[in-house]
Design a protein around this ligand. Sequence first.
Ligand SMILES: Nc1ncnc2c1ncn2[C@@H]1O[C@H](COP(=O)(O)OP(=O)(O)OP(=O)(O)O)[C@@H](O)[C@H]1O
Length: 542
Amino acid sequence: MSSRYRDREIEEVSPRRGGRRRSRSRERNTRNHRSRSRSLSPWDRNRHSYRSRRSRSRSRERGGQSGRSGRSRSRSPREDRRDRLKERRRDSRSSSTENMDTNRSRKNNTKDRGEDSPMDQSYEYNNLDNGLEEGELSAPVKRQPISLEELLERKAQKEKEESRPLYLSKEERAQIAVERRKREVEEMRKNQNLEKKPLFSDFDEISRFGKDKERSPDTTELEERRRQREENIVQKDLLKEQEAIKNRYLGGEKKRRRMRRLNERKFVFDWDASEDTSVDHNSLYKQKHQVQLFGRGRIAGIDINAQKRDQSKFYGDLLSTRRTDEQKLRAEELVLRQKEREKKALWDSRHWSDKELDQMAERDWRIFKEDFNISTKGGRIPCPIRSWRESAIPRSILDVIAKLQYEDPTPIQRQAIPIGLQNRDVIGIAETGSGKTAAFLIPLLVWIQNLPAEERGTESDDGPYAIILAPTRELAQQIVEDTNKFAQGLGIRTVGVIGGLSKEEQGFLLRVGCEIVVATPGRLVDVLENRLVHYIIRKNLF
Ligand SMILES: Nc1ncnc2c1ncn2[C@@H]1O[C@H](COP(=O)(O)OP(=O)(O)OP(=O)(O)O)[C@@H](O)[C@H]1O
C-alpha cells in the first residue's frame, strides 16, 4: 500500500480530524451564507433561512443525543413556536403511521390518475391556515380528511361525467365493431381448439407427433389433412343444422310408422295344410264343427273376407230353404222392379234432344228453355215447341211452313205459338228479325181455319176476323206481305188498310170481304168513319 492511500484511510477513520474539517466547512458555509444573504431577494432569503434552520436544528438534535445540553443563548418566541410545531409533527408521525401509509397509497393512485388528491390539497390549506410561510409547505403536517359533503359532491360529479352520452363517429363505431368481432373469433377459436383437443395425454401426443414426423417429415401435409378434417366436421355440422331448421319450419318428411295389418301373415310356412296326408284318428277332429257366428262376430286368426263370404252363403241357403214359393216370386218381382227403376233413372239422365215428347220431365223442359234463352212470366204456361212436327199446328199450315223452308221454330215462336193456340193473350218480346210476325200469325191462321164454314161467309157487312195494327206504314206493309205468304195457300184473304195508299182500292177490297185486316191506326179510323168496315171484331166469335 502506498503512503498516499494510507493517508486517505487515516483521514476517513479519524473523527477528530474529520470534526475539525466539518467545523471548518461550517465556518466557511456561514461566511458564504452571510456574504450571499446580503445579495439575495427576500424570497431566497426565506428559503435560505429555512435550510439553515433545518441544518441547525439537526445539529442541535445530534448535540442533544450526544449528551450536550444545548446552547446557552436565549431563544426567541418564534424559535419556541417552531420547536413546538416540530414536536407536534413528530407526534403525529409516530401516532398515525397507518394513516400515512394509506394516504401515501391514495396519493400514488391519484398521481397515476394525474389528479391532486384532496388530502394533499387539504394539507396545503392546513399549512397556510397555520400561518406558515410558503417555503415551509414541504414539511408534513397532520392531514385532515376530506369532508363528507365534498366527497359526495365529487362522487356525484364523477357519475354525471360517466353517464354523459359519448358520441362516436361512424368510422369509430365500425372500428369498435371490427375489434369486438376479432375478439369473439379468437375466443371461439380458442374454445374450439380446447374442445377438439384429443383425449390422449400430452406424452402420447408428443410421441405420436414424433412418429409422424419420422414417417413424413413434411408437416405441411399433416396440417393440410387436419385442416381438411376440421372443415369436414364443420360442413357436417352445418348440414345437420340446415336439416334441423328445415324440419322445424318447413315440415320435413316424417317417417311413417308402418302399420301392420290384422290379416297380414305373421309366419310363412313352407308347406300347405292341404298337403298333409296324415289321417287324424281322433274322431273329434275328424268331424270338425263349423262355427256360425251371428251379427258381426268373427273368428280370430281366419281371413275376414272369407268369413263374410261363408256367412252370406249360409244365410242365402237358409232363406231359400225356409221361404215359400210365393215369397220367392215376390222377391224376384222386387228385384226386377228395382232393376227397372235403376234403368229408368239411367234413361232419364239423357239430354232432352234424345228423348221423346212424352218422356220430357220438368227438369228437361227447364233445360230446354235455358238452351234457347226463353224466359216466361205468367201462370199455366204451356210447354214450348220442340219442333214443327211435334206442335199442334194443323197439317195445312205445316205444309205452308215447310214450303217457306222454316226448318225449326225460332225461340219466340217456340214459346208464343203454344200460348196463342190456347187463344190466350201474349206479350212477346224479341229482337228484330227473330220471327215475331209468324209467331202471332200462325195461331191466328189456325184459329181462322178452325172456324165453321158457314160462319166464314163472304158477306160484305160482316167484318174481318182479325185486325193487325202496326205503328208504321212500312211495318204494316211488311206484315201484309208475310200474312199473304201464309194465308194465300190457305184461302184466307188479307187487306192492308195503310195510309198513303189508294183509299178507294182499299175500300173496294174491304167491301169484297176479307178475314184479316192489317192497318195503321190513322187510316183505320178513316175507314171506320166512312163505314167501309162495320165491325172490328165479329160479335158472335165471343
Ligand atoms: N222459323 C223461321 N225459320 C226461318 N225463317 C223465318 C222463321 N220465322 C221467320 N222467318 C223469316 O225471318 C224474317 C224476319 O221475320 P220477321 O219479320 O217476322 O221478324 P220480326 O221479329 O217480326 O221483325 P221486326 O221486329 O222487324 O218486325 C222473315 O223474312 C221471315 O220469313
